[in-house]
Design a protein around this ligand. Structure first.
Ligand code: ATP
Length: 388
């Protein structure tokens, strides 16, 4: 059964095995993508340029037709092999970068357009437009031309247009990308507040992991058309399952290691540089499926490293016996404004460290490196095959 009444259906957006092969291409832009979004949830599709985020969102919106797969909202089949609901009948509000405001209409006419298309009466349109504009603090601009607004104001109007018909689900594609850093931060908070106040469900496309983390209940990371990770922002950041996901979510160091022991979910790993063992680290949440003797990649985030400067000069040479820590020489110290970036050479491996304070760290000084065991993550090797 394909009931067409949105009000009568359940409220979960279900994406199932969506694939899209654009005409004239040989690799799918979207490859067997499946996920659900629950009522009131804010989900971000995150990934590098070209990974298929926009294709996924456009397909949900009905702007692209999938090669196969289905899209449902509750029990309403919007798109299946033999079912197709056009864009304007779908229960979505949309803020797409490419969906700019119309310059020949006033702000109020722009915002009222989705209501006009739904044949709402004129008087009601004005009321609802003013309410939507008030939601984004733009009610004083109703009769202006959008060409006479700043980028941030235009973006607010675009959001008002997307929510004016009270859609249950908002689809947003990099809506903040044209704004400067300060405004982006403000709009991020506003957008999240609005989504929560109106209890809307949101699917948000971005390549900016900070933005995805700040906004989302859940992030879905894509690469080359496929979903490669999914979870709460904190979970995906702290417990990634691959190097790709780890480095996409933030700054990361990777070292080669061999698992020495795993007990009760806690492990110890011996680290290798180009010339042999360089130290050991303990991991209290080592990772999935790691067993003793496995070789692995050890993820250490720069902000999880602590440096200690009172190191005996001979400590560097017996690092291999040093459980819980590494010893290295400071190669560079750079002030980045919000923090210091320190590069340490540990047996030939370069480790990047972020610190709030420089302390007594100087180029050339010997430092002991410790990492809280809950932040040491062991990743099973799955490196791409070497280039021929
Ligand atoms: P970005 O962040 O740069 O917008 P994205 O993750 O949103 O990237 P998509 O725009 O979905 O990626 O593109 C995914 C792949 O599909 C890319 O390789 C892109 O070149 C290709 N592609 C997108 N649109 C078309 C099209 N109309 N015809 C052919 N190929 C396309």
């Amino acid at each position: 059964p394909t009931a067409q009444a949105p009000g009568a259906t359940g409220r979960v957006l279900s994406i199932s095995h969506l694939t899209k092969l654009y005409p004239g291409t040989t690799t799918p832009a979207m490859d067997d993508v499946s996920f659900d979004v629950s009522d009131g949830e804010f989900v971000s599709l995150l990934g590098p340029s070209g990974c298929g985020k926009t294709t996924t969102l456009k397909t949900i919106a009905g702007l692209e037709r999938p090669t196969s797969g289905s899209i449902r909202v509750g029990d309403w089949a919007l798109s299946t092999d033999d079912q197709w609901t056009p864009v304007h009948r779908r229960p979505f509000g949309m803020v797409f970068q490419s969906y700019a405001l119309w310059p020949h209409m006033t702000v109020a006419q722009n915002v009222g357009y989705p209501l006009k298309a739904r044949r709402v009466s004129k008087g009601e349109i004005r009321d609802r437009v003013m309410r939507a504009l008030a939601r984004v603090q733009m009610e004083d601009f109703a009769d202006r031309s959008p060409t006479r607004l700043s980028g941030g104001q235009q973006q607010r109007v675009a959001i008002a247009r997307a929510i004016v018909h009270e859609p249950r689900i908002l689809l947003l594609d990099e809506p903040l990308s044209n704004l400067d850093a300060g405004l982006r931060r403000q709009m991020r908070l506003d957008l999240r507040r609005l989504q929560q106040e109106l209890q809307m469900t949101a699917v948000y496309v971005t390549h900016d992991q900070v933005e995805a983390c700040a906004l989302s209940d859940r992030v879905i990371v894509m690469n080359a058309g496929r979903i490669v990770a999914e979870g709460s922002p904190q979970d995906v950041y702290e417990r990634p399952r691959s190097e790709f996901v780890a480095s996409f979510m933030g700054a990361a160091n990777f070292l080669d290691g061999r698992v020495e022991r795993v007990t009760d979910g806690s492990g110890e790993v011996e680290l290798h540089g180009a010339h042999g063992t360089i130290g050991r680290l303990r991991a209290t949440a080592p990772g999935d499926d790691v067993a003793p003797d496995d070789t692995c990649r050890v993820l250490v985030r720069p902000e999880h490293v602590a440096l200690q400067v009172d190191v005996e000069p001979d400590a560097a040479t017996n690092g291999s016996r040093d459980v819980d820590g590494l010893v290295g020489a400071v190669e560079s110290v750079t002030f980045l404004g919000e923090q210091w970036e320190i590069t340490v050479d540990v047996g030939g491996e370069k480790l990047t460290v972020h610190a709030q304070q420089r302390g007594l760290v100087d180029v050339g000084s010997l430092v002991r490196i410790t990492v809280l065991p809950q932040f040491v993550r062991l990743l099973r090797e799955n490196r791409p095959p070497a280039q021929p």
